[in-house]
Design a protein around this ligand. Structure first.
Ligand SMILES: NC(=O)C1=CN([C@@H]2O[C@H](COP(=O)(O)OP(=O)(O)OC[C@H]3O[C@@H](n4cnc5c(N)ncnc54)[C@H](OP(=O)(O)O)[C@@H]3O)[C@@H](O)[C@H]2O)C=CC1
Ligand SMILES: Nc1nc(=O)c2c([nH]1)NC[C@@H]1CN(c3ccc(C(=O)N[C@@H](CCC(=O)O)C(=O)O)cc3)C=[N+]21
Length: 299
C-alpha cells in the first residue's frame, strides 16, 4: 500500500514558516505582509475558498483585506479596484478569485495586476519567468508550487531521470506543473483530452499528476507500481449514502485502486488543496520581503 502524502501537515509546516518570516519582517521594521483577495459574485465554492484564504492570512499575521463585489460589477469597476490595490503600499499580494462572471474578461483582469503583486503567478511576466527558468524571481502558481513541495518530500529536490506525466494542460495547473517538473530535470509529457491511449502513457510515469476535473478518471491499472501520484482534482459528487442531498469531495484519481499500486499518493481532501492556500501565503510573504529590499525567502 502506498504512503499517504499528508498535504495538511506539510501545509501547516509552510504556514508556520510564513508566520516566523512575518515576525522577522516586523522585527526589521518593515511593513507587515498584506494580501488582498477579490471575489466577484456569490459562487458558494469560491466563497468557501476565499474565506479559508483570509483565515490563513490572519493566522500568518498578515494584513488581510477582502473585497467582495456584487455579480453585476462591471469590468471597468473591477479594473479600478485592481489599480487601487496596485498603488496601495500596504498590499503585497493580490488574488482575484476565478472563475469571474462571463461579462468580465479574466485575461484582461489578470494582466492588470502588477506583476510584483501577482501572487497567483498568472501574469505574463511570471509565466514567462517560469517558462525561461527564472525561478529565483518568478511567482509560481500556488497549486503546482504546492504539488512540487509534496513531490520533493517523497523524491527529493532533484528528479533527474524520472518520467513525469501531467494530465491536463490548463494555464493554472497543468502547464506550470510541467514547467516545474522540467526545471527539476524530469522527462515530462503533458496529456490532454486529445491524447491517444492515456492509460498506457500514464503507466510510463514515475510521477503522475492528475489535473483534469473528472471525478476518479485515473484508474488503478494506469499507475506504474511504486509511482508518486499527485491528485490535483477537486470534484464534489453526490453522496446519497450520507443522506439525501449530501455530497463528498473526490479527486481525479480513483484513490482506493491507485493506492494499491502507487508508492506514494496524495488524498482528496487533505492533499494538494491545503498546499495551494499555504503557497499563497508563501508567495505573499516573499513579495513583502522583496518590497522591503530583503532577500527572498525560499520554501
Ligand atoms: N487543489 C487545488 O488547489 C486546485 C484544484 N483544481 C482542480 O484541478 C482540476 C483541474 O483544474 P484546471 O486545470 O483548472 O481545469 P481545466 O478544466 O482548465 O483543464 C482540464 C484539463 O484536463 C484535460 N482533460 C479533460 N478531459 C480529459 C480527458 N478525458 N482525458 C484527458 N485530459 C482531459 C483538458 O484537456 P483539453 O485542454 O484538451 O481540453 C484540460 O487540459 C479540477 O478538478 C479543479 O477543481 C484546480 C485548481 C486548484
Ligand atoms: N485566482 C485563483 N487562485 C486559485 O488558487 C484558485 C482560484 N482562483 N479559483 C479556484 C481554485 C481552487 N482552489 C482551491 C484552493 C484550496 C482548496 C482546498 O483547500 N481544498 C481542501 C478541501 C476544501 C473543501 O472541503 O471544500 C482539501 O483539498 O483538503 C481547494 C481548491 C484555488 N483556486
Amino acid at each position: 500500500m502506498a504512503e499517504v502524502i499528508d498535504g495538511k501537515s506539510v501545509a501547516e509546516d509552510v504556514v508556520q514558516k510564513v508566520k516566523a518570516l512575518t515576525s522577522e519582517l516586523s522585527a526589521k521594521g518593515a511593513t507587515r505582509p498584506g494580501l488582498a483577495v477579490v471575489i466577484v459574485g456569490e459562487d458558494p465554492a469560491s466563497q468557501v475558498y476565499v474565506a479559508s484564504k483570509s483565515r490563513t492570512a490572519k493566522e500568518c499575521g498578515f494584513h488581510s483585506l477582502q473585497h467582495t463585489l456584487p455579480a453585476e460589477t462591471t469590468e471597468a469597476e473591477l479594473l479600478k479596484t485592481i489599480g487601487d490595490l496596485n498603488a496601495d503600499l500596504s498590499v503585497h499580494g493580490i488574488l482575484v478569485q476565478l472563475p469571474l462572471p462571463g461579462h468580465i474578461d479574466a485575461g484582461k483582469v489578470i494582466q492588470t495586476i502588477a506583476p510584483e503583486k501577482d501572487v497567483d503567478g498568472f501574469h505574463f511576466i511570471n509565466v514567462g519567468k517560469l517558462g525561461t527558468g527564472e525561478l529565483e524571481t518568478a511567482f509560481v502558481p500556488c497549486t503546482p508550487a504546492g504539488s512540487m513541495l509534496l513531490i520533493e518530500r517523497v523524491r527529493g529536490k532533484d528528479l533527474s531521470g524520472l518520467n513525469a506525466v501531467v494530465v491536463g494542460r490548463s494555464n493554472i495547473v497543468g502547464k506550470p506543473m510541467a514547467n516545474l517538473l522540467l526545471a527539476a530535470n524530469c522527462t515530462v509529457t503533458v496529456a490532454h483530452s486529445r491524447t491517444k491511449d492515456l492509460p498506457a502513457l500514464a503507466r510510463t510515469a514515475d510521477i503522475l499528476v492528475a489535473a483534469v476535473g473528472r471525478p476518479e478518471m485515473v484508474k488503478g491499472d494506469w499507475v506504474k507500481p511504486g509511482a508518486t501520484v499527485v491528485d490535483v482534482g477537486i470534484n464534489r459528487i453526490p453522496a446519497p449514502e450520507k443522506g439525501e442531498g449530501r455530497s463528498r469531495l473526490v479527486g481525479d484519481v480513483a484513490y482506493a485502486e491507485a493506492a494499491k499500486a502507487a508508492g506514494a499518493i496524495t488524498p482528496v481532501p487533505g492533499g494538494v488543496g491545503p498546499m495551494t492556500i499555504a503557497m499563497l501565503m508563501a508567495n505573499t510573504v516573499a513579495s513583502a520581503y522583496l518590497a522591503a529590499g530583503l532577500k527572498r525567502p525560499s520554501f
